[in-house]
Design a binder for this molecule. Structure first.
Ligand SMILES: *Cc1c(COP(=O)(O)O)cnc(C)c1O
Length: 361
């Protein structure tokens, strides 16, 4: 099978082993064996989180946004107040979710390319006194990494619970349930599975309090309780995606979370250095993750042409407008390594030369 290198921010390139895991005999997901598989998936995902005593991982069929929406809709009653840190498109999406569910929310607006001013955040929270604070850990929009340790040091003493969209940080960074009250992620990013399952990890006590959903499908507490009682999901799960996810969990256990972080970090360092050597202007300059890099598109460069040029050579890249600037993004996640980044940089160099030659003609 042709190997495509996906440099878009998820779904990521996955191994042949994970692809093959989806080819299973037909099974009714209401059978005991399938319940056992779901239980192993939950336990496996929980195993990648720090300080996860008396905690659970609640699985949903659906993409990552579903789990974000479920958490916000379930954890907050109309009488609660939510503060949302917005420094990218996924923070904005949480505002949209809050609006749909009629939640009482305020926005802490922060730069899309610069780290959060924590002093300002502290003053904001002291003034607003919300019950919950939601934040995107790794802002996939730009590559900015929001410091959960700092945020929890400010929010927790004020009695504020933290809901973190960890979609593009989970399974690379180790996240602590002492710092964050709700961790949300999905099957198709750093975990290196196929798309279709999202999940919420929290202390059992927090899940039991997430009882305010006005939506049947999104009810976090109901999803949790039903699984405990019946060893099944409430609604039909994506069966084959679950087999792939379990295989991806085994792969991550074998590689180790620390080693996955180091692999991504190495790819990211080589990518950033290579881009700078080619004369590209890259973002964020500081507080960037080891996952996503944003690149300014030079005026003489056409993104569509670049995209096609790269795609013809097996690399898929992704556009993105950030803070009014035309950019593209490279996510060095998935079953790829620093060697693939070097190959990509060669392709990029070829394209740059080809653009210059065309301009001279
Ligand atoms: C990918 C992603 C999501 C979820 O997007 P879906 O399209 O619903 O899978 C949410 N937040 C962040 C930060 C993401 O990177």
């Amino acid at each position: 099978m042709k190997r495509n290198i996906l440099l878009n921010p998820g779904p990521a390139t996955i191994s042949m082993r994970v692809k093959k895991a989806q080819l299973v005999p037909d099974i009714c997901p209401r059978e005991q064996e399938f319940g056992d598989l779901m239980a192993k998936i939950s336990a496996g995902l929980l195993g990648f989180v720090k300080d996860a005593k008396d905690s659970s991982c609640v699985l949903f069929g659906g993409s990552g946004t579903l789990a974000v929406e479920s958490t916000l809709a379930s954890a907050l009653d109309k009488s609660h107040k939510l503060a949302i840190i917005v420094n990218g498109a996924y923070g904005q999406r949480m505002c949209e979710i809050a609006k749909y569910h009629g939640l009482n929310y305020v926005v802490f607006q922060s730069s899309f390319l610069e780290p959060i001013d924590f002093l300002e955040l502290e003053q904001f929270l002291q003034k607003e006194r919300p019950d919950f604070l939601s934040v995107v850990h790794s802002e996939t929009t730009s590559g900015l990494l929001n410091d959960l340790t700092q945020i929890s040091k400010i929010a927790h003493p004020l009695g504020i619970k933290i809901i973190a969209d960890c979609m593009s940080s989970f399974a690379c960074y180790e996240i602590s349930l002492n710092e964050v009250d709700f961790i949300i992620a999905s099957s198709n990013k750093n975990i290196q599975g196929t798309a279709g399952i999202s999940f919420v990890i929290a202390k059992n006590q927090n899940i039991m309090h997430a009882e305010f959903a006005k939506s049947l499908y999104l009810d976090l507490k109901a999803q949790y309780e039903y699984f405990i009682k019946h060893h099944q999901m409430r609604f039909t799960p994506p069966v084959q995606v679950a087999y792939a996810l379990y295989e991806a969990i085994l792969e991550l256990q074998e590689e180790g979370l620390k080693n996955r972080f180091l692999r991504y970090q190495k790819s990211n360092a080589i990518l950033r250095q290579g881009l700078e050597d080619l004369g590209f202007c890259i973002y964020p300059k500081s507080s960037h993750s080891v996952i996503i890099t944003s690149i300014d598109i030079p005026k003489n460069m056409n993104f569509e042409e670049l995209h096609q040029f790269c795609k013809n050579r097996g690399f898929t890249i992704y556009p993105g407008k950030i803070a009014g600037k035309e950019m593209f993004r490279i996510a060095n996640i998935g079953e790829i390594d620093s060697y693939d980044m070097q190959l990509f940089l060669q392709v990029l160099q070829e394209f740059c030369q080809h653009t210059i030659i065309n301009q001279k003609n």
